[in-house]
Each structure stands twice: as structure tokens, then as C-alpha cells.
Design a protein around this ligand. Sequence first.
Ligand code: GLU
Length: 425
Amino acid sequence: MATMLDRSAVQSSQNVWEMAQQQLDDVAALIHLNPSVHAYLREPKRVLHVSIPVRMDNGTFAIFTGYRVQHNMSRGPAKGGIRFHPDVTLDEVKALAMWMTWKCALVNIPFGGAKGGVICDPKAMSMQELENLTRRYTSEISIVIGPEKDIPAPDVYTTPQIMAWIMDTFSMQQGYSVPGVVTGKPLSIGGSLGRDKATARGCLYVVEEALRVLEMPPQGARVAIQGFGNAGLHAADLMAMRGFRIVAVSDTRGGVANPKGLDVRGLIAHKSDTGSVAGFSGGEAITNRDVLECDCDVLVPAALEKVITGDNAGRIRAKIVAEAANGPTLPEADAILHERGVMVLPDILANAGGVTVSYFEWVQDLQENFWEEEEINDRLRRKMVRAFRDTYELASKRNVDMRRGAYAVAVSRVAEATTVRGLYP
Ligand code: GLU
């Protein structure tokens, strides 16, 4: 796939599941994690592997492979998105599920962690084929999902329309509408105001907190963003509206940079016309990889995993790295950035706005009572600021980086729930 991010060029070979386990191991000693609880939390609770036969437009059947992994449910039903991408692997889905457990615990919402993935290339499929794939995948995983059990949501290359098909398929099987089975739905069937921009908005709130503690002025702060999907696009837009200067953006096909600041609304129109930010006339061309190293104050990796490595961490010029993507920074790069005084706002903090508003959506669905957008954004801000402060306080007290701080808060909460529930039988 020529248009996909060239992983070989920018990503390390460390296995992403080992990376997730290593991040847990790194914090175990710091919080004196009970070794049995540690061993339990190192593995997913359940892994479902499904084969998905799909009728294609040319009349043939194609068999796709999909997964749903539930990492932990000690604090509540499992929660996490579904990714449609050609490079999905079981190890990736396991890592993403584990990160969801920590993320939900860090923002203190009553969910465990899960993730789904289907190995497919949605950019090369028709709407009908995508619908067929989504419905059959939903049917296959329907044995493990449900509003009290496990609630999917959007992730890379999955949309509100896809969530609507999931909701409809599950509801048809039950014989009545079950909006609470999935979040990130269209508003017309029980979606929440503010959910589409929630990941970006949450990221903005924690970046503002970070600028405050680092005593850097937000006005004119220079931001570079890798990835221009749901997270990256809305982050650019919201941050520009707050007076930040967006100096570089990129997507799988290329990027554009302008030290004086890009016209973000023009950029969004260009992306919607051409499918990419590449070729936008308001700046110079820059590669998806070079965006990471450009001269800026805040770097927002908002694409895929493992892009900040031992190789390029030394060249990152930002003072703050806000991980809108899941898993963009390898442990070896974390150490380098920490030593260089770069504050990394880890994924489980920086992109937790999405799942936080997913929680609000689920609560609204269960109560059949819907809130104003102002109330949602206000509740989101309070959750994010609280999670930032919990993290910052612990990181400062123990003299560790923000990832370890966030993990210490989150893993302790999950461990406490696991311990107090005790072992069955
Ligand atoms: N996929 C998003 C994440 O990685 C959102 C998950 C959700 O809303 O459940 O956090």
C-alpha cells in the first residue's frame, strides 16, 4: 500500500506488545506492585480470534481476520475502539487493549480495557463491502460485547457510520435497539455531542496544563502534528482557535510546513478535496517523518505506534510531546526525551479525551437523557485536568517522567480493584 505510512522507514522493530508489557514492568517496582497482580496484569483476560467471510462487490467471498481482546475488567465493562488497518496484528490489538485499561483508570471512569482490530484495507473497499465486513465482524464478536460487558468505539479508519452498523447489527440480533453497545455513534441514534472532537479537545486541555507548569506562553506556541485523521485534524483546528501556531502537519501521503503558521481551515478544505494535506499551497513540503523533528514547541504524534525511536528521539526539538496516537514512543526513546528535559504527555493521558466522552455517551444512552455540548466539554475538561494533576504530582514527587507518573496512578487503581475483589474461585 503506497499510501500507508511507510513503517519500515520510520518505525522500530520492537514488538508493540512487548513494549506495552515493558511499560508495565517499568512501573511495577516504583509502586511496589504485588508480583502476582503484576503477572496477572501482564496478560489479557480474553482473546477472541474471528474469521469474517465477506461478500465483495465482484460476487466473490473474501475471508478477513479480526480480533477482540479484553485486557481487564476489574473496574467495569471493557472499553476500547476497533481498528481497520492492513497492518493490524494480534500483538498490536493486545497492546492497545492493555493501554485502554490504564487510560480508563487514569481518567477514573468505571471501565476496563479492550480493543478490536480487523486486517483489511478500508481505503480500497467500497461502502457496501465495508458494511458487509462490519456487520459480520459484529456478529462474530457479539458473544463478548454488550453494554454491560464490552463497548466498542472508533479507532484508526473506523467512523460513526461504522459504529451505526455495529449498533444496528447487535440490535437486530437482540430484537430491540441497544444504543449503549457502542460509542462514537451518529447523534441520530444516541451518539453524544462533542464525541467527534473529544480526543483532540482532551489533548488540548492537557497541553494547556503542561504549558502552564512549564511556564511557556500558550499564545503563539508552535505546534507540529503528525497525522491528520480524527485526532490530528481536530487538534490542529482547536489549537489554532486557541491562538497556537500550527507550523507543520503531515499524513500518510506527505506534509506541509510554515514557520509563520498554517491556515488550518484552508488545510482542512484541501484535505477534504484531495484526501491529503500534501500539496497544500500555504507552506513548504515536508515528509511525514521530518515533521517529528521540525522546530516547534509542542509535537503531537497523532498517527500510529513506534514513530519516536532511539534513532530520532535525540533530534526532537519540541519541549512537549503530546501523544494523541496510541504508543508512538518506544521505551528507549522515552529515556532519551526525559534526559533531554522534554515533557512527554503519554497516550493514556493525552488521548484519553476520546474514551472519556465515550463514557459520557454510554451514560447518556443508559439514562436516555442527553446533555448539552457545553456540559460535556466542561466535564471533559475537569476529567483531563484532574488526570494531568494526578500524573504531574506523582511524577514530580517520585522524580520520574510523565509516563511513569501516569502508569503509577493508573496501574495502582487497577491493582487495588483487582486485589479488593480477590481471586475467584
Ligand atoms: N479508540 C480510542 C482510544 O484509543 C477511543 C476508545 C473509546 O472511545 O472507547 O482511546
